[in-house]
Design a protein around this ligand. Sequence first.
Ligand code: IPM
Ligand code: MN
Length: 329
Amino acid sequence: MPHKIAVIGGDGIGPEVISVALDVMRAAGADLDTTDFRLGGFRYLEDGVVLPDETLEELRAYDAILLGAVGTPEVPPGVIERGLLLKARFELDLYINLRPFVLPDGHEFVVIRENTEGTYAGEGGFLRKGTAHEIATQGSVNTRKGAERCIRYGFELAQSRERKHLTLVHKTNVLTFSGDLWERTFEEVAVEYPDVETAYNHVDAACIYFVEDPTRYEVVVTDNLFGDILTDLGGAVAGGIGLASSANLNPDRSAPSLFEPVHGSAPDIAGQGLANPTAAVLSGAMMLEFLGDVETAERVRAACDGIPSSGPTEEIATAILGNISQGAQ
Ligand code: IPM
Ligand code: MN
């Protein structure tokens, strides 16, 4: 049975990198039945459509969603981010954002970013907007259930890893309400996983360690906004954002999960054949793995080993595809 994949190429370099990802997965033996969804900033500019509820319902029928990048400078900030990407994450309950990193020295670690709450929930608003007495608030929503399911996922993942090591990253010294909830939940869940070694870092300190001593990490679990920032840093230390892959998972499988490179639409280099497709290819590998196609996923991942971290799209694609056909011999 082919995997039914909804493809949202999106804006900028999105379609370019997704097309390579699909070629590579197919060359590695993946049986994919894809349907293109014309969504993104370009579509909004065409007819005002972002992600209608009917389209969201259609997406539910797929095994997974593969997304390139969305967002374009002509559309005001937030319209596509909130209306498409966050809407999909929230409505499909993609509560785990998994972002693995491989450092140049071979050290591997993974960040689990809570993906449905925190400041991203959108709580807040304006009072007296545009006046001298303007007030803007932006709250952070943290539920026990939301923190717990994410932390529990972290313990499960750490338990499956070599060192069985899990670090909670937060800012408990200042965020004394949400940080307290996260820390208490972490400590309570830890009791159920006595074989997992735990650590805690404030997010600012974690930024230093990500650069200076990343080998201390194996699995990191953190809130939505900290995870957003920390994973860009992770991408930078792991050889550039052009290599950073991610999975937005609904581990309960009550809806399709969404796989996307961490990078954005990069309008400055779109259409020039300069985008690095590796992050999209590796996101494809994460998708295949989540769909149970573990061997194909491994072939795709292995084919990205030793690939140059920059260069024309075509050249990188050819090198990855070359590795696939070599591996097949
Ligand atoms: C990411 C992106 C998104 C986020 C934006 C585009 C809304 O930066 O996936 O990391 O902040 O989550
Ligand atoms: Mn981000």
